[in-house]
Design a protein around this ligand. Structure first.
Ligand code: SF4
Ligand code: SF4
Ligand code: SF4
Length: 740
């Protein structure tokens, strides 16, 4: 018949699903054309570049070449750190489940698809405006953000995440640096309230930025000579340029915020500041390194990581020795290790000693990968036991091998020592980067404690956030805390200003979205120094070119407008996208008051905000759970979405679900919830809702209650909420089932 079966290793159970076949065929055709192959056998022979007609031999040669390529690919190496699952903690709703996972994950809720979209259109000015609405440090974050957003990007399950951080960096270096993009216009405020901020690091400056724009009078007290906090003092220059940070800080200071540098806040002046201000935000960071408590940790050669990074950054380069061990797995440990790598010379050696696994390291994945690429030896499941000295000078560390045991309260497998596995690691310097502590004292520090999930301390209108609250964390978490505290203060004063404004852009249509979601598009190449060219303090990653940034921005799937991932990953095509008209419905409660009197009261509003909704066809679904794996929410689409059955008998066999009957111009939908049957019928212009308790007539346009008849004496209340839900599902099923 001319058909030949081909076995392929496919990714059709991943987002894009069967729709990816189109690109398979397109690319196969292109490869055939490239070598002018007439058929598959001819293609196999030509690909092998062998002078033979033996198809099997050529196929084996091709296979071996492919296997070699796979072996060479870092992605398949044991120590490769894979992106974590794209699932977020967001609950999955019955309706309206579309959220961009990158936005959900960003601590400062940046409108990522918004600025990426305008970048893809070449409108950098608008992209910059959007960034400046929620991110006061665009240039700095474009360089050093640990981009949690990228770890949840929908594109991960296609090819690679969109380079969100690099796109922001480009916009910051062009439109924002050149002041083409503008910060939101500061508001005027009557009876301006005074806010004191302690600490001019990312968190304090972020809070100041939003408050100044909202019209508050803001004063910042900073112990150091310069603003910027840890970003200014310790983040290495091969990751962050001074120009970027100073540009961001200057923009903040131009907003009229008063910054008092070299102003140490202590017990007595804190009380004075508090008295003179309406609000206080403590954002002093976690400036003291946690101490390593093992024998030898006070010897010469044991160096504080923050002191080490600050000294190197200031150019006060000391002779540190050429074998350096960093203890810890956080971002400070990575910065210290990568800095040490640049200090030790070509014959030197840098180790990272970490008692858990590489995968459990809290550091940014890219920083861990960069450390590994640079040749730093990451010794996972290794714990230091003691530091050995000679004349009080470090000569080695004795370490033990660890293994993972039972899970701790956080659900992480706890490392435990493997007996008799001690070994000695010869080093000249030990840098214990095992955490940072809060180093601020107001006398009674108990008063600085806040309740879990809250920023307000025991003192009313005194807030704490950033590293001062959460311990050493990331700059973007600190910025996010600053914004959230600003919003609390703004709301408390009743000021009409939202630090996360809604940006409305014209949405793309269904075909645009579907077309994007059935194609893989590889990311552009990141312009970075090769590992062998990094024995210096030059910036490792350069800015993308204009062409590349636009190409990269065009990879974005605009996940704030459309998702439907669950429909493409289902092997049985059991999930469907249906369209509804966004609308608001008044939810009413009808109560029988006796003497045949019924009162109807408004109970609330039910809004359906999104056009694209999801339903599951129970007859097709075998509950394999693949849609759960790829749904970016924490839910299970096949369980959490309306489950529709296609036949009366299959509907009769379940306790929960929907079944649609297409009557002559009078469609009906049946619903079962825990076995209780309800029916909604469209009769003329109105609806009739009925179950074993009530029969109610509802207006066709609004679903408001027109009249209600209680069938049982012991039932005296009825709400139209279920009828509203049924009408929405009916609307969707009518297009799916009855449209031409
Ligand atoms: S594809 Fe775009 S909108 Fe979707 S998660 Fe990635 S960056 Fe965000
Ligand atoms: S659980 Fe059901 S809907 Fe989800 S992928 Fe499997 S068959 Fe499809
Ligand atoms: S995968 Fe499906 S259920 Fe999950 S958020 Fe996307 S559209 Fe909603």
């Amino acid at each position: 018949c001319g058909f030949s079966p081909i076995t392929v290793c496919s990714d059709i159970l991943k987002p894009g699903g069967y729709g990816l076949f189109g690109q398979y065929v397109e690319e196969l055709r292109q490869r055939f054309d490239d070598c002018a192959a007439r058929n598959i056998d001819d293609f196999i022979i030509k690909r092998s570049k062998e002078r033979t007609d033996d198809v099997q031999k050529c196929a084996l040669i091709n296979l071996n070449r492919y296997a070699d390529k796979v072996l060479d690919n870092k992605r398949y190496r044991k120590n490769h750190i894979h992106e974590p699952s794209i699932k977020t903690s967001r609950p999955l709703g019955f309706f309206d489940c579309i959220h961009a996972p990158c936005v959900d994950t960003c601590p400062t809720s940046q409108d990522i698809p918004g600025y990426i979209y305008y970048t893809s259109q070449g409108n950098l000015s608008k992209a910059g405006d959007i960034i400046l609405q929620t991110n006061p440090f665009p240039y700095t974050m474009g360089l050093i953000c640990d981009h949690l957003c990228q770890t949840k990007c929908t594109r991960i399950n296609y090819d690679q995440p969109v380079m969100i951080r690099e796109i922001k960096r480009y916009v910051a270096e062009t439109a924002i640096l050149n002041e083409v993009s503008k910060i939101p216009k500061p508001q005027q405020m009557e009876n301006r309230k005074e806010v004191a901020i302690i600490g001019a690091g990312p968190s304090g400056l972020s809070c100041a930025y939003f408050l100044a724009i909202a019209g508050f009078s803001v004063s910042i007290y900073e112990a150091k000579l310069r603003s910027g906090g840890m970003a200014s003092s310790v983040i290495p220059v091969f990751r962050l340029t001074d120009r970027a940070l100073q540009n961001d800080v200057k923009r903040l200071e131009e907003l009229g915020v008063k910054v008092y540098h070299q102003y140490e806040v202590n017990e007595s002046n804190f009380q004075l500041i508090k008295k003179q201000s309406d609000y206080v935000y403590i954002a002093v960071g976690a400036q003291r390194s946690a101490k390593l408590n093992i024998d030898g940790s006070r010897a010469r050669g044991v160096v504080d990581p923050l002191v080490f990074l600050e000294e190197v950054k200031r150019g006060r380069v000391e002779e540190y020795g050429n074998r350096i061990a960093i203890i810890g797995g956080g971002n400070t440990a990575m910065d210290a290790a990568r800095t040490a790598y640049r200090m030790v010379g070509n014959m030197g050696k840098v180790y990272i000693v970490y008692r858990r696994t590489i995968k459990q390291m809290p550091a940014d994945i890219e920083e861990i990968r960069a450390a590994q690429d640079e040749g730093i030896e990451v010794m996972e499941l290794t714990a230091p036991e003691r530091i050995n000295t000679h004349n009080n000078r470090v000569v080695s560390i004795t370490c033990s091998r660890m293994r993972l045991g039972a899970k701790d309260v956080d659900g992480r497998e706890r490392p435990e020592k493997i007996p008799n596995t001690e070994f000695e690691l010869e080093v000249d310097v030990v840098i214990p980067a095992i955490g940072q502590e809060f180093a601020f004292d107001i006398g009674n520090n108990e008063e600085l404690k806040s309740s879990a999930g809250d920023y307000e301390t025991q003192m009313p209108n005194v807030f704490i956030g950033g590293d001062a609250l959460r311990g050493a964390s990331t700059a973007i978490n600190a910025i996010g805390d600053g914004r959230k505290v600003a919003q609390i203060i703004i709301d408390r004063e009743g000021v009409n200003y939202n630090t996360v404004p809604e940006n409305v852009r014209k949405p793309m249509n269904y075909n645009w979205h579907y077309g994007k979601r059935v194609r893989k598009v590889q990311a552009v190449k990141l312009p970075e120094l090769s590992p062998s060219a990094r024995k210096n303090f030059n910036l490792v990653v350069s800015t993308l070119s204009e062409d590349d940034v636009i190409e990269e921005a065009n990879r974005c799937l605009l996940c704030d407008e459309f998702c439907s991932v669950c429909t493409t990953v289902c092997p049985n095509m059991a999930n469907y996208t249906y369209l509804v008209n966004p609308a608001s419905y008044t939810i009413q409660n009808a109560v029988a008051r006796g003497n045949n009197k019924v009162t109807v009261e408004k109970e609330g509003v039910f809004a359906i905000a999104q056009t694209y909704q999801i339903l599951n066809i129970g007859n097709f679904c075998n509950e394999c759970g693949n849609c759960t794996t790829f749904c970016p929410s924490s839910g299970d689409p096949y369980r959490d979405k309306p489950r529709v059955f296609l036949t009366q008998s299959s509907f009769d066999a379940v306790n929960d679900g929907y079944f649609m009957i297409n009557g002559e111009n009078e469609p009906q939908i049946l619903c079962k919830k825990s076995g209780q049957l309800s029916k909604l019928s469209r009769i003329g212009e109105n609806y009739i809702f009925s179950n074993e308790d009530v029969e109610a007539e509802l207006y066709g346009d609004s679903l408001k209650i027109k009249n209600v008849n209680f069938k049982k004496e012991n039932v005296s209340e009825f709400t139209n909420r279920q009828a509203v839900e049924m009408s929405i599902i009916m609307q969707g099923l009518q297009q799916l089932v009855f449209d031409d």
